[in-house]
Design a protein around this ligand. Structure first.
Ligand SMILES: Cc1ncc(COP(=O)(O)O)c(C=O)c1O
Length: 431
């Protein structure tokens, strides 16, 4: 006899809500006060001078990130969104180039391509790594493809051996959206440093954060130079720099303030301990979920380490006797375990792609004359992403401070209870 499900009137596994993450403490407070006391809240100037590259905190922050991630260049920006725009320029993309992108990522990953007047081509994802499927990428390559923009989703690296090999074979830049995967590695290398150029996010929701912020990482001198120019009105300084090649140097203001940089320095010092904690909780949860029928826990493929930014669970609906994801999610929530159903709608289903209206009213970048290809954004082009989103994926935000192994134990207990009561759950679903 198993305990009655909370959704059917039984007692919940957990009655206490999960407290929110807060990684900010005395260290950040002191660092911010020091900046405030200095009176210099940002040092950047959009003209060629000592201050073109930012102030003391920005430089210290960039050096710390370059060292921690083994990157020759770390260029701070005010978000991963602007960092991705910088990265597309730094990868040498031309308007009209095709860039292969995951449909299952934040909209900013593909929008960075559109904002450069280039064309996103969506290739399907895997249901193990949740990253781009190398076989689908191969099929999507055309003579117009110049780059693959790889997202390491939920904190697990995409299959980089094959993706980097495709890049070499077809002379494609590899741009990494590592916004969610700070500290996750592939064969010992840090995500964000494996390809041509990579981007980390430091927004409030991430493993470490400075409120808003991002970091562009690259080993390539030219890409590093373009990143610094695009971040800070590059067109205004290329003459003083005597640059012959001014392509992709037109810039904006994507600068990080001294306050944000000072916070990021303190947060970076905490990264390894936070990652170790996330891994401990992620692995403990996987150990408990692994043998439950119908439940596919987070996978860590050979060569990868996970940062468990989010903990994904894939449902095998056949094994779950066709009880729907919605019913499972509602039963878990009734047990006191908050879950999200799916992640984002596959991006090509957004109005921008469906209507091909992005910049202005006339269909740019698809109609701007730089591109004469064909691309489909029809429903059904990435069936794995659609299946995950519509019916199979659950996301949990439980591998983080201040939670501990007892908390993830509650999560596992709730899954066990729900799986042991599928017949009862089906009756609730029917009623
Ligand atoms: C995969 C991915 N890319 C890009 C971004 C954009 O990051 P930011 O909020 O720092 O601009 C996010 C943010 O959640 C993300 O998850």
């Amino acid at each position: 006899m198993t305990a009655r499900l909370a959704i059917a009137g039984g007692s919940p596994v957990r009655s206490q809500p999960f407290p929110p993450q807060n990684t900010v403490g005395e260290e950040e407070r002191r660092a911010v006060l020091e900046v405030l006391d200095s009176g210099v809240l940002s040092r950047f100037l959009g003209e060629w001078s000592d201050d073109f590259l930012g102030g003391r905190q920005v430089k210290t922050c960039e050096q710390a990130f370059a060292e921690r991630f083994g990157a020759k260049h770390a260029v701070s920006v005010n978000s991963a969104t602007t960092g991705l725009q910088v990265a597309v320029a730094a990868a040498g993309i031309e308007p009209g180039d095709e860039v292969i992108v995951s449909p299952y990522t934040m909209s900013a990953s593909a929008a960075a391509v559109v904002l450069h007047d280039a064309i996103p081509v969506f290739a399907d994802v895997e249901d193990s790594t949740y990253g781009l499927d190398p076989a689908a990428v191969r099929v999507a390559i055309t003579p117009r493809t110049r780059a693959v923009l790889v997202t390491h989703l939920f904190g697990h690296p995409a299959r980089m051996d094959e993706l980097l090999e495709l890049g070499r074979e077809h002379e494609l830049a590899i741009i990494e959206d590592a916004a969610q995967s700070i500290g996750a590695t592939w064969r010992g290398g840090e995500t964000g440093t494996l390809g041509t150029v990579g981007v980390l996010s430091l927004n409030y929701h991430k493993i470490i954060h400075s409120g808003e912020g991002g970091m562009v990482l690259t080993q390539d001198d030219r890409a590093g130079q373009i990143a610094r120019l695009v971040r800070n009105h590059g067109e205004a300084v290329v003459d003083e720099l005597g640059l012959d090649d001014v392509a992709n140097t037109v810039g904006s203001n994507y600068r990080l303030s001294e306050i944000h940089a000072a916070i990021a320095v303190e947060q970076l010092k905490k990264l390894d301990a936070l990652l170790a904690h996330r891994r401990e909780l992620g692995e403990a949860l996987t150990d408990r979920l692994r043998d439950l029928p119908g439940i596919e826990p987070a996978e860590v493929v050979e060569g990868a380490t996970h940062s468990y930014y989010v903990y994904p669970v894939r449902l095998n609906l056949d094994e779950l006797k066709c009880v729907s994801r919605d019913a499972i999610a509602k039963a878990l929530e009734a047990e006191g375990i908050p879950v999200s159903q799916g992640y984002v709608r596959p991006l090509y289903l957004q109005a921008m792609y469906q209507r091909r209206i992005a910049r202005g009213t006339k269909g740019a970048p698809w109609t701007s004359g730089h591109w004469q290809g064909e691309v489909s954004y029809e429903a059904g082009i990435c069936p794995v992403a659609e299946r995950l989103h519509e019916s199979e994926l659950l996301l949990l935000d439980v591998c983080r401070v201040p939670l501990d192994t007892n908390d993830v134990g509650d999560v596992a207990n709730a899954f066990e209870k729900v799986v042991a009561n599928l017949d009862a759950l089906r009756e609730v679903e029917v009623a």
